[in-house]
Ligand binder design. Structure first.
Ligand code: BTN
Length: 250
């Protein structure tokens, strides 16, 4: 099922990252969990050219063709495991910065909780899973192809004017994750929260959010709280914090 994707010597990542390059795997998140079981730690990066069972949030399928980027990073969750979910926002700002470097003319925006949009269409998604004391940070970027997901229209980096290859995207993401992860460990979440809000799609605008029980909340998107919850101001001025759900098309 697995095989090397290119000579490892030509495919190195800067410390603290250590690349495991595979040709095809079920899901890089699943392989990352197996790597934890083998004793791998912070900085391990599982990269697969193709996934046969790529997963998105809430058990959705993540279509994972060759030409796009599918990777999972193992990161130390830090001393307080309750704060580990903040890492999905660390990842989101890091992926945004990396793609903005590769396609400087494109307009990238972050969609709560863990999507990256380009010109209003989804270009990347993140899936954070716990493997205490590590987190598995799964990142999928549509590089060459834009498979249409069920919930949102999609685009890809090639359409945004970049000729970057998946490995270039991976290397850029690792550089940015290293930088934002260190800032999160040293300075805390608020600076990440501010950076996320600076690029948030729909801030100050009316928004509809579908909750896991399929009920829909409607209100004005006024912020992100310290727990990473979306803050909505509803019609009567009441503020509602939403910890899990899907923002419907903006
Ligand atoms: C989402 O938007 O719902 C999250 C998508 C996350 C996809 C990535 S691709 C690499 C890693 N392996 C998986 O199976 N999923 C994540």
């Amino acid at each position: 099922m697995t095989g090397a994707a290119g000579p490892p010597t030509l495919r190195a990542l800067p410390p603290p990252f250590r690349l495991v390059a595979l040709d095809c795997i079920d899901s890089t998140n699943d392989e990352a969990r197996r790597a934890v079981g083998r004793g791998d730690g912070h900085g391990t990066v599982i990269w697969a050219a193709e996934q046969s069972a790529g997963r998105g949030r809430r058990g959705r399928t993540w279509v994972s063709p060759r030409g796009n980027l599918h990777c999972s990073l193992l990161l130390d969750a830090g001393p307080d495991l309750a704060l580990a979910p903040q890492l999905v926002f660390v990842a989101a700002v890091a992926v945004r910065d990396a793609l903005a470097e590769l396609a400087p003319a494109a307009a990238f925006q972050l969609k709560w909780p863990n999507d990256l949009l380009c010109g209003g269409r989804k270009i990347a998604g993140m899936l954070l899973e716990m493997a205490a004391p590590l987190v598995i940070l799964g990142i999928g970027v549509d590089v060459a192809l834009a498979p249409e997901p069920a919930l949102y229209p999609a685009t890809c980096l090639a359409r945004a004017g970049s000729s970057a290859e998946p490995f270039d995207v991976l290397a850029g993401i690792c550089r940015q994750v290293d930088c934002w992860y260190d800032r999160w460990r040293n300075e805390g979440f608020d600076m990440v929260r501010q950076a996320w809000l600076a690029h948030a799609a729909g801030l100050g605008q009316p928004l509809k959010v579908a909750l896991p029980d399929d009920s829909v909340h409607q209100g004005r998107f006024i912020g992100l709280d310290a727990a990473g919850a979306l803050v909505l101001e509803e019609g009567d001025g009441r503020q509602t914090r939403i910890l899990a759900g899907d923002v419907l098309a903006l």
